[in-house]
Ligand binder design. Sequence first.
Ligand code: TRP
Length: 75
Amino acid sequence: MEQSQNDFIVVKAKEQGVQVIGLTRGQDTRFHHMEKLDKNEVLVAQFTDHTSAVKIRGKAIVMTKHGVVHTDTDE
Ligand code: TRP
């Protein structure tokens, strides 16, 4: 799949044990990877042929080219 080099996300954990879960691309949507972040740990990741969506559990800041989202607020 053609993808921009800039197409990555940044996840910063605001608490201990934030989970970043990779969901498979294609008809079948299942978890294929789980990354656990310590408080203030930062993950920089890209979507790939295997990963089309990411689910984040816990308090975190998610930064993409679309903007910044805090998982623990209503905005
Ligand atoms: N396996 C699905 C797909 O590649 C994963 C997915 C992507 C998805 N976007 C979604 C599942 C939106 C539910 C809603 O399309």
